[in-house]
Design a protein around this ligand. Structure first.
Ligand code: HEM
Length: 129
């Protein structure tokens, strides 16, 4: 029988979830190329960084220092980030969380992903798209 789903309890759960999520992202035909072609992201560098980011939201304080909006404005300047890219990113993110976790932290994670995605799209749009 499968293990019942639980809530995220710390860093290790975030790391496992992100490894699963970026597994989906890298092979997605729509948004995978942002990571594999436009930016040539190394997963062994991205995973600790993105885990710091989500840890700072779910279990503060955490080590993340950065500016995700600025990073995505830079990505957009080279290759446009469209609504459909955000829709796909979010769909995979929600799917990854729901596949592995359930509970308050899981809900918070999904809410924050959606609100940050909305803010990013507004900022990118303001930037003259
Ligand atoms: C259209 C959807 C998205 C695409 C294609 C995308 C793509 C990327 C790429 C390629 C990077 C690596 C940049 C680099 O290191 O060279 C990155 C970094 C990152 N992304 Fe996204 N992203 C998307 C949406 C989001 C959303 C909605 C969030 C948050 C809710 C997010 C959070 C982050 C964070 C925290 C980083 C690390 C920034 C840093 O280095 O400090 N991304 N993204």
């Amino acid at each position: 029988m499968e293990k019942p789903k639980t809530d995220l309890s710390g860093r290790e759960d975030i790391e496992q979830l992100m490894a699963y999520f970026y597994g989906l992202v890298f092979k997605d035909p729509q948004i995978g190329p942002f990571f594999t072609e436009h930016r040539k992201v190394k997963l062994e560098e991205h995973l600790p960084r993105i885990s710091d980011f989500w840890e700072s939201i779910l279990f503060p304080p955490a080590a993340y220092r950065g500016n995700p909006v600025k990073v995505h404005l830079e990505i957009d300047a080279v290759h446009k980030l469209e609504k459909n890219h955000f829709d796909t990113w979010l769909k995979l993110f929600l799917q990854a969380v729901d596949t592995h976790f359930t509970g308050n932290k899981a809900e918070l994670l999904k809410q924050r992903a959606q609100s940050i995605a909305t803010i990013m799209q507004i900022k990118i749009h303001q930037n003259g798209v």
